[in-house]
Design a protein around this ligand. Sequence first.
Ligand code: FES
Length: 106
Amino acid sequence: MSDWVDVAAADELPPGARRVVDADGVQILVINLDGGFYALENVCTHEATPIDEGDIHGDEITCPRHGARFCIRTGEALCAPAYEPIPTFPVRISAGIVQVRDPRFD
Ligand code: FES
């Protein structure tokens, strides 16, 4: 089973904050959305560009390259030019530390 990877202390990621971590070679973007933590692969499904610097409005993040929007909660692609969802990952808080893992190959 894949290991949980530390992201940051929960109090270092207030609402609106984001951070990218490497989990066994996968870049994962963790976002605090109104107090809940969500994790997406840091790759736009249009042309495999990082999305971590995209604008966030509500529960959507916009790819900074061509403007595709994705749901932060589900990874769903919400508009062209992206059509495939971004993979999402489980998040937990353990002893005050936000952690993620990539269980896709467990
Ligand atoms: S690379 Fe993200 S919309 Fe094109």
